[in-house]
Design a protein around this ligand. Structure first.
Ligand code: ASP
Length: 413
């Protein structure tokens, strides 16, 4: 039975078990079961938290040092970077705007967060100047301290610098590059193990949720899922094709026809990494992107460019804040955007990777990591659509970069 099916069955069983527990609220059965599912969900969330820092570190080091593999093509990577930042920023704005517009999650009181909320500390209101002072003080620190304290931003900066150093060092650092790649592969393997526990974790988290929560959260979840899916589709069907048309001079029909196989594979696998060979093939054979451009942009994009994930994480953070009855200030929303952008850079192209990095987005504005319990039941569903948009973005950027670097002598074969 596939993991997807197992997760679906576990989710249904979890809800049913939660309802059963709800029937006996004052019994020992209720308290013993609640203890059991509480323990199970803590193990699952704990494992995800355990992998977060090493995963982000290795994923970014490998992503940046991939530049080396295709040489120092400064023009290419500058355009790639500009495209990626632009599309991700648009996705973030869209995600936040739609979450605001539809007020997803507003008006629901979640008892599950009582404990977390008791310890909840809203970070000080940030002015841009204090933001930068804090940013510098908290990020340029001893990397070992950053690892030990789970300071994600500091780890990201250190990883970027290590990646750049690996590129600069060239052949001299090839052993470390290989080591980083292998360490990253190990992390991916371990994430795979944790995902095997996902059915149990999801069962436990859902049972706990249904047993202790106001059931109206489920209808709120359906609403959130519809808003996020609709917005992600809008980004993929309107925003990206429009940009492609303006900057890549390619019409959407040609693009979608040529990339259909990769997009369907992305939907089915929920993994941009698994889809990557197909994305390269489609870009080269059907869209006419030269192999040297596709070979650079698509692997890098698979690692670092994820519009769908960024959109989802920004909207989800707002959803959780609304559920908890918290109004995020403009400064906090900017922090959400910045962290969601970093989270989308740090998320590897595997199923539900966004769920792991989501923790960082929630924590950036003092929301409890446990809140991903609410998102888990619908994550696999939303992952399909956001992965399609992630993969679509990579292929679209390869077309734009290829068009604008045709005259670059470094690239002509
Ligand atoms: N599954 C997504 C991808 O492979 C990552 C995510 O979970 O957002 O692109």
């Amino acid at each position: 039975m596939s993991l997807n099916t197992q997760i679906l069955i576990a989710a249904i069983l979890g809800v049913v078990f939660g309802f059963v527990l709800n029937l006996f609220p004052d019994s020992t059965f209720f308290s013993a079961s609640l203890y059991g599912v509480g323990l199970m969900s803590s193990i699952f969330i704990g494992l995800l938290k355990m992998l977060l820092i090493p995963l982000i570190f290795s994923s970014i080091v490998v992503g940046v040092s991939n530049l080396q593999a295709v040489g120092q093509l400064s023009r290419v990577w500058k355009i790639t970077l500009a495209c990626s930042v632009t599309t991700t920023t648009l996705a973030l704005i869209l995600g936040l705007a739609c979450a605001h517009l539809f007020a997803v999650g507003k008006g629901v009181d979640i008892l599950m967060f009582q404990d977390a909320m008791a310890q909840h500390q809203t970070p000080d209101t940030l002015t841009p100047s204090s933001f930068f002072t804090n940013f510098i003080q908290n990020t340029l620190i001893n990397p070992f301290k950053a690892f030990a304290e789970g300071n994600v931003l500091a780890v990201v900066i250190f990883a970027l610098l290590v990646g750049v150093a690996l590129v600069k060092g060239g052949e001299h650092f090839k052993t470390v590059r290989k080591l980083s790649q292998q360490f990253f592969d190990i992390m991916m393997l371990m994430i795979g193990w944790v995902m095997k526990l996902a059915p149990l974790g999801i069962f436990a988290l859902l049972a706990k949720l249904v047993a202790t929560e106001d059931i109206s959260v489920l209808s709120r979840l359906a609403e959130f899922a519809a808003v996020v899916t609709g917005t992600t589709i809008f980004h993929g069907a309107v925003v990206l094709p429009l940009l492609l048309w303006i900057f890549g001079k390619m019409d959407p029909i040609t693009f979608f026809k040529g990339t259909r196989a990769a997009l369907i594979t992305a939907f089915a696998t929920s993994s941009s990494s698994a889809t990557m060979p197909l994305s390269m093939k489609c870009a080269q054979e059907n869209l006419g992107v030269r192999p040297q451009t596709a070979g650079f942009v698509i692997p890098l994009g698979t690692q670092l460019n994820m519009d769908g994930t960024a959109l989802y994480e920004a909207a989800a953070a707002l959803f959780v804040a609304n559920l908890m009855g918290l109004d995020l200030s403009l400064g906090q929303q900017l922090i959400v955007c910045a962290t969601a952008m970093i989270a989308s850079l740090g998320a590897p192209g595997i199923p539900s990777a966004g769920m792991v990095t989501m923790i960082m987005v929630l924590q950036s504005v003092g929301l409890p990591a446990e809140a991903i319990a609410i998102l888990l039941p619908i994550d696999r569903l939303l992952d399909t659509v956001r992965t399609v948009v992630n993969v679509q973005g990579d292929m679209m950027i390869s077309v734009v970069v290829d068009r604008h670097t045709r005259e670059d002598p470094a690239l002509s074969s």
